[in-house]
Structure formats: C-alpha cells, structure tokens
Design a binder for this molecule. Sequence first.
Ligand SMILES: *[C@@H]1O[C@H](CO)[C@@H](O)[C@H](O)[C@H]1NC(C)=O
Ligand SMILES: *[C@@H]1O[C@H](CO)[C@@H](O)[C@H](O)[C@H]1NC(C)=O
Length: 344
Amino acid sequence: MRRFLCLLSLCWGLSYCLSPKNEKLDAEWEAWKTTYGKNYSEKEESFRRQVWEKNLKLINDHNRLFKEGKKSYFMGMNQFGDMTDKEFESRLNLRIAPVRTRRNYTFKRRIYYRLPKSVDWRTHGYVTPIRNQGECGACWAFSTIGSLEGQLFRKTGRLVELSKQMLIDCSGYYTCMGGSLTGALDFIRRYGVVSERCYPYMNGQNWWCYRRQCPFVRIRDYVTLPSGDERALMQAVATVGPVAVAIHAPPSFRYYQGGPYIEPRCRLSYMSNMNHALLVVGYGPLERSKYEEFGLQAYMHKDNKFWIAKNSWGEQWGDRGYIYIPKDRYNQCGIASNANYPIL
Ligand SMILES: *[C@@H]1O[C@H](CO)[C@@H](O)[C@H](O)[C@H]1NC(C)=O
Ligand SMILES: *[C@@H]1O[C@H](CO)[C@@H](O)[C@H](O)[C@H]1NC(C)=O
C-alpha cells in the first residue's frame, strides 16, 4: 500500500513519499476539507493530505515557540493548508511594473510632528469589508481599489465597494498573474471604475471585459510616496486616508493569525522581491487588550508601533483579515517601498 502511495505521489513531488499519513488527524483533515469545500480526486487526496500534514506541523511548531514567548505572533491553519510552498509562491505574484510617478508626495516635517499617535480609518467608515481574492493573484487590484474606496468616502461620505474584476478583465495584461499598483491607478485614471455590485468579483475567472451601464468613479491623478520613507507613509495615512502598499511577504505570512508580526525574514536584507500588496488603513500602538488576549505583555515595552494593514485573503486569515506590521523599524516587509493613493 505504501509503495502504491509513493508511486501516485511521484507525479506530485518526491519529497512526500517518505511521510505516511497520521491517522490521528483523520477527523481534523475531514473537518478542514469541509470548512474549505475541498473535494479531491482519489489520486490527489493522498498527496494533499500529506502536504496538509506537513503544513499543520509547521503551524504547530511555530505556535509552540509562540507559547514559550519566542515568537510574537501566532499562526493558524487556513485555506492554504493543502498547497506546497511552490504553489503558494506562484500565487503570490505582484509584478512591479516600472514605477510611473505622476505626482510625488511631499513630506512636511512641520505636519509630521503634529500627527496623531494612532489612526484607524476603519472606525471612520473608510474601509469596506474583508474580501477573499481566491485563486486569483489580484492583490494589486484589491489594494488599489481599497485606497480608492477610502478616497471616495472622504469626498462623498458614501462607502461603496468598487470593482476589482473590472481591473483584472479590462486593464490589459494586469491579470490574475499579478499586476502593479501604479498600473492599476493608471487604468482608473484613464477609464474610471464601476461599483462591485455592477461588475462583481468572479474569482478572477471571467476572461473578458464587459461594458457596463453604471456610474463610473473617476480620479484626477494619483500620488506616489517617496520609497522607503515611513514618515511620509505616516503623514499620508493620517492626513489622506488608506494607502495602497506593496510588500514582501515571507513564507510565514501565509498562516499569520494574530499578534505583532515581528518577523526577521521581513528585514530589508532578506527582501529579494515585493510579492504582495495590502492596504494600510491606520497605525498606532496595539491596544493592551490585544496583548493580554494573547499573553504577549512581554512584547509591550519596546516600540509598540504598528501599521494596521488590510489583506484580501478572507476573514479567516490573520486578525479577522488584518495584520499588524511593525512601524518605524527599518521599513519592515518593505511596507513603505511602493505606496500610492488616488486623487479624486
Ligand atoms: C466531489 O466530486 C465528485 C466528482 O466530481 C462528485 O461526484 C461528488 O459528489 C463531490 N462531492 C462533494 C461532497 O461535493
Ligand atoms: C518623482 O521622484 C522621482 C524620484 O525622485 C523622480 O525620478 C521623478 O521624476 C519624480 N516625478 C515627478 C512627476 O516629479
């Protein structure tokens, strides 16, 4: 039987031959499949099970360190549990096209020193609910649209979810295979974008661009922040609203479930590429209650400053869809490297 398993697995990857499945996890595996609506062919099932077990072990090992106070954040199993690292990396796919700067952001020291210690645009109605980009590498569309939704709210007082699918379908080569923030903004500047309700998200799987008789939201231009300058990002977030940012997401990002994301692999020296995009919706110290909830008081004394960032991987990922990335710590995860927002 083992041999048979191995032969089947060969087509998926040799490394999995060595680990037969742990029957104690049968119930957990079935529950996970139900939760995420997974239904595999018989052939694929044994392979996916082994990938899932390996990932579960990684999560449990990390969480053991977290309990010992050696990690600041914890992980949880989620929809990515049956994917290999390679598969996941190909999902994370932000192509940073040459940055076209149309307007450069101006940092003003005088303003910076008077900025509030914390800002959270979610509590002011600027931010739409967490969505799930699914199988489509469209982080660039979710992030850009999020920034536009905020600016639209700022101008009109109405929070309207705008169409990501339209950007994916209509903006040329920016597809489920990745895109760029300034590319998306350029498209919106030229053509505008309609509401989510008018042009709903189809997991990216739509393939053509349709004409829609709906009101278009238009922008006059967009602004690019000075690369790597967290003070400028702080000024923009505080005085303008949510800002779309590119980041480098290391492997641990995939199972992040809560706590301050202090991750050595997010230091600049580790960053080879920017592969993901988020929406910075605020910043500030993490509330005491968050630390207490997780028994993390030991982490409170140091620079307790974080960017609050919205992801597009559903509410099951992270802290109800959000992540806390250390702020003013040498541009962690490259959060200030490529930041942009539209002007209405
Ligand atoms: C899983 O897929 C098979 C074949 O496509 C189908 O016959 C079966 O009903 C599906 N099961 C569930 C629970 O969706
Ligand atoms: C913005 O700044 C960059 C880098 O300093 C520069 O190359 C670019 O020409 C500037 N763009 C505009 C529109 O001023």
